[in-house]
Design a protein around this ligand. Structure first.
Ligand SMILES: *Cc1c(COP(=O)(O)O)cnc(C)c1O
Length: 368
């Protein structure tokens, strides 16, 4: 059978390995496996969100509220925007897909950083659009400005902070770039890790209300998968002026969020104490990862997220390191597929992180 030729250039997205796989392949007990690979919240979801999932289970036979009234109201209050300036997706991943389908075609160019969230490229290629990347791995304002002038893309993706590297443009840099961009170019500000970034440095905070009021061609994306600890429930959102939201809504399949997911997200949003606790754990643990890297002589990118990226120099090899850790029951992310000799580690609980340092130390001692 032949398929659309666009598919030939797409590489299937490689998600973080699930715990089950390590249990099956290496015979490690499930409770011994530590997953620090997908930037999930090591403290789990808010207990109130979990309770909401359980209490709503008896409504499983009913279709969810397709208007998503309650969650949009709550998000609107949280960010100071109108409900009709919000779209909810099955993860913010789905909003990325809507943005590309709404705006791009085979003649389009889509601009992004050299090393950034892999799904931008997957969806771009699915519509046959051309992906243009800035030269540096990390986001660089000057490079974006000049690539924008040269290519005049239809969409610009800024991942602020950036996954998988952890760096973060300052909000004034984002605004400076937006000032140079034509009002017919859609600028996607992916704020999947904004909760962590703004807690660490207020210069990195992007306010969706200010952003979209100043730049009606911008959309801000947020997710419940990272700081909010609801990756398994698949809820993300986009905030933009109505013109954009109404176009994206045309592409939304009905009932794209389950009843349980809506209820969980709503309660998670209300429980800001849990978010503060999660961010605090992250802020406390990050310096331990920085110190470990410095002691061992690895480079790392100062991170504004809940993960850190370590870079290695030969003979150290990220694939060998990731494989070693995996068979010890420690799942982290190898970045070799990005052309980097690097790994990305999600910050876990104190105990999980200690295990990571211990196993890594063991690897360094046993090498050869
Ligand atoms: C995790 C992530 C998302 C989307 O996650 P969902 O689970 O689909 O909401 C989007 N962008 C970046 C940069 C991410 O890391």
């Amino acid at each position: 059978m032949t398929f659309n030729s666009m598919l030939d250039s797409i590489q299937t997205y490689e998600a973080g390995k699930p715990i089950d796989l390590v249990v099956r392949e290496f015979g490690i007990a499930e409770n011994e496996v530590v997953k620090l690979a997908s930037n999930e919240n090591p403290l789990g979801a808010s207990p109130k969100a979990i309770e909401a999932i359980i209490t709503n289970a008896c409504n499983a036979h009913l279709y969810p509220d397709d208007s998503m009234f309650a969650l949009k109201e709550a998000l609107g209050k949280h960010y100071g925007v109108q409900s009709n300036e919000i779209i909810i997706g099955s993860g913010s991943d789905q909003i990325i897909e809507f943005c590309i389908h709404a705006k791009a075609n085979p003649k389009s160019k889509i601009l992004m950083a050299r090393t950034t969230f892999a799904m931008y490229e997957v969806y771009a290629k699915a519509v046959g659009a051309q992906v243009v990347r800035t030269p540096s791995h990390e986001h660089n304002l000057q490079e974006f400005l000049s690539a924008y002038q040269t290519h005049k893309p239809d969409i610009v993706f800024l991942c602020v902070p950036n996954n998988p590297l952890g760096e973060c443009l300052e909000s004034k840099e984002v605004f400076e770039l937006l000032k140079q961009i034509d009002s017919n170019c859609l600028v996607v500000i992916d704020g999947a890790y904004q909760e962590f970034a703004k807690a660490k440095d207020s210069n990195k905070a992007i306010c969706p209300k200010n952003l979209t009021e100043m730049f009606p061609n911008a959309i801000y994306l947020g997710t419940f998968s990272k700081a909010y600890g609801l990756g398994g429930m698949r809820v993300g959102y986009g905030i933009a002026k109505q013109e954009i939201i109404q176009s994206l809504l045309k592409l939304r399949p009905p009932f794209n969020i389950t009843t349980l997911s809506l209820a969980a997200a709503l309660e998670a949003l209300k429980d800001q104490k849990h978010i503060e606790k999660s961010i605090q754990n992250n802020l406390t643990q990050m310096p331990l990862f920085e110190r470990f890297a410095t002691e061992k002589g690895f480079k790392y990118t100062p991170s504004y997220t809940n993960f850190i990226t370590y870079y290695f120099e030969s003979p150290l090899d990220s694939t060998q390191i990731a494989d070693y850790l995996l068979q010890k029951g420690m799942i982290i992310r190898n970045l070799s597929s990005y052309g980097l000799n690097a790994i990305r580690i999600t910050l876990g609980t104190e105990e999980q992180n200690k295990k990571f340092f211990m196993l890594f130390q063991q690897y360094l001692e046993n090498r050869n």
